[in-house]
Design a protein around this ligand. Structure first.
Ligand code: AMP
Ligand code: GLY
Length: 421
C-alpha cells in the first residue's frame, strides 16, 4: 500500500517504523521530521483539501493521522468526501478531545464513571461550586491547550483565580471560554487504547506514562517523559470494567449522537480503590505510549489501521507479543520551559548484540542536514527496549540512552518505577 502519515513526532515515527518493517509499503509523512525521511518521503502540503488532492494523485491507499489538531479540524471528513481511506475520527467525534465540556457531558449522559464536575461559562456559578468542594480542586479549560489546560489548585482562592483567568481569556484565549471544575481523584493513572471502527474495537495492552519532568514524578508536566507496557497495575478485572463500563457505552453513545467513533480512543484512566474512573479522552495515540505499543504488536500495524478505517475490525484477531516494552524519552536542555540551541546527535555504534537486537530509537524533535541529525525539539527521541520482564526491557532502553549523545541531553532515570517497586 501507499501510506500517508500525518504528524511530525516520535509517535508518527514509531507508526512509520512498524509499517516500514513490514517491508511492502511506500511511506509518506506530512510533514514528518528529520528522521522519517529515512523511512519514506516527507511532503509539505498544509491545506487539507490540497493534501486530499495530492493523496488521490499519488494513489494513497491509507492515511493515518497522528496528532489531535488535524482531527479536530476535520481532516478525516475532508478525506472521506474524496473517497479516501483514512484512519481517525470525524471532527464531530474528535470533540471528545477538542472540548472537555462535550467529553464530560457524554460521560455523564452515558453513565460512564468520571469525576463529579460542573461545566460552566459563568464565573459566579463556578466560584459557588468551588466553595462547596474539598481540596485539591481541578480546573480545566474547555478547548485544546497543548496539554497545559489543567490546573490542580491547592486552595479555593487558587481555583477561583484559575477559573477567572480562563473565562476572561487571559490564560488560554478562546479555549478557556468554558471551564470544567471537578473533584480531584487520588489514585494511579493508566493510558488505555482501543482501536475502533465505529462498531468494533480492539484493546491494546495498558500503558503507563510519566508526565512530570523529574524523577519521582516531580516538577512541571511535560508531554510525557517515558512509558512502558503492559503495566502489571492492570488486572483482568480492570480491563473488563473498562470494556463494559467505558468502551462499549462510548461506542454505543457516539453512534446515538450521530458521530460514530472511528480511530484510536485513548482513555485516560485513574484507578481509585480498584475502580477505573475516566479522567479524559484523547482521540489519538499517546506520545510516548505509541512508541512502546507499536513494538508489542505482532499483528501488522498497517492491517490493524486499514481494517479500522474500513469498518472491518471484527475480521481481525489482534496478536500481542508476550513481552514488555519500555521507552525513555531523551529531551533537550531547556525542556519543558523553552527551546534549546540545535545540537548535533551522535549515536555510538552498538556492538553489544543484546542491545542491538532488543532496542531501537524512535526519533521526534530532530532535523537532518547532510545525513547528520540535530536535536531541534523539546522531546528529541525515545529509546525503546523490549524484554521478557519490565526490568530487562528497561535496562536495555537505558543502555541505549547511554549510547546517544548531544549537548544538553536529559532523561528521567526511573521510568517504570511504579511497576518495579
Ligand atoms: P487531562 O488533560 O484531563 O488528562 O489532565 C492532565 C493531567 O492532570 C492528567 O493526566 C492527570 O494527571 C491530572 N488530572 C486531570 N484531572 C484530574 C482529576 N480529576 N484528579 C486528579 N488528577 C487529574
Ligand atoms: N502521553 C500523553 C499524551 O500523549 O497525551
Amino acid at each position: 500500500m501507499n501510506i500517508l502519515i500525518l504528524g511530525s513526532g516520535g509517535r508518527e515515527y514509531s507508526i512509520g517504523l512498524a509499517i516500514y518493517k513490514e517491508n511492502k509499503h511506500n511511506l509518506f509523512f506530512m510533514p514528518g521530521n528529520g528522521a522519517t525521511s529515512n523511512l519514506g518521503e516527507n511532503i509539505n502540503i498544509e491545506d487539507y483539501n490540497q493534501l486530499a488532492s495530492w493523496a488521490i494523485e499519488n494513489n494513497i491507499d491509507l492515511t493515518i493521522v497522528g496528532p489531535e489538531a488535524p482531527l479536530v479540524d476535520g481532516v478525516v471528513d475532508i478525506f472521506k468526501q474524496q473517497n479516501l481511506t483514512i484512519f481517525g475520527p470525524s471532527a464531530a467525534a474528535a470533540r471528545l478531545e477538542g472540548s472537555k465540556v462535550y467529553m464530560k457531558n457524554i460521560l455523564k449522559k452515558y453513565n460512564i464513571p468520571t469525576a463529579a464536575f460542573l461545566e460552566t461559562s459563568n464565573e459566579e456559578e463556578a466560584h459557588d461550586f468551588i466553595d462547596g468542594m474539598n481540596l485539591p480542586i481541578v480546573v480545566k479549560a474547555d478547548g485544546l491547550c497543548a496539554g497545559k489546560g489543567v490546573i490542580i489548585a491547592q486552595s479555593k482562592k487558587e481555583a477561583k483565580e484559575a477559573v477567572t483567568d480562563m473565562l476572561n481569556g487571559s490564560s488560554f484565549g478562546d479555549a478557556g471560554s468554558s471551564v470544567v471544575v471537578e473533584e480531584f481523584l487520588d489514585g494511579y493513572e493508566l493510558s488505555i487504547f482501543a482501536i475502533c471502527d465505529g462498531d468494533n474495537y480492539k484493546i491494546l495492552p495498558a500503558a503507563q506514562d510519566h508526565k512530570r519532568i523529574g524523577d519521582g514524578d516531580t516538577g512541571p508536566n511535560t508531554g510525557g517523559m517515558g512509558a512502558y507496557a503492559p503495566t502489571p497495575l492492570v488486572n483482568e478485572d480492570i480491563y473488563k470494567k473498562v470494556e463494559e463500563r467505558v468502551i462499549k457505552p462510548t461506542l454505543e453513545g457516539m453512534k446515538k449522537e450521530g458521530a460514530p467513533y472511528e480511530g484510536v480512543l485513548f482513555i485516560g484512566v485513574m484507578v481509585v480503590k480498584g475502580e477505573p474512573i475516566i479522567l479524559e479522552y484523547n482521540v489519538r495515540f499517546g506520545d510516548p505510549e505509541c512508541e512502546i505499543l507499536m513494538p508489542l504488536l505482532e499483528t501488522p500495524v498497517s492491517e490493524l489501521f486499514y481494517k479500522g478505517a474500513t469498518k472491518n475490525l471484527d475480521s481481525l484477531e489482534i496478536k500481542i507479543k508476550n513481552e514488555y516494552s519500555v521507552g525513555v524519552v531523551m529531551a533537550s536542555a531547556n525542556y519543558p520551559y523553552s527551546s534549546s540551541e540545535p545540537a548535533q546527535i551522535i549515536i555510538d555504534d552498538i556492538v553489544d548484540e543484546d542491545i542491538l537486537n532488543n532496542t531501537h530509537i524512535s526519533f521526534a524533535g530532530v532535523s537532518q542536514e547532510d545525513g547528520v541529525l540535530f536535536a531541534t525539539g523539546g522531546r528529541v527521541l525515545v529509546c525503546v527496549g523490549s524484554g521478557k520482564t519490565i526490568k530487562e526491557a528497561r535496562n536495555r532502553a537505558y543502555a541505549l540512552c547511554g549510547q546517544v549523545h548531544y549537548v544538553g541531553k536529559k532523561c528521567r532515570t526511573d521510568i517504570a518505577y511504579q511497576a518495579l517497586k
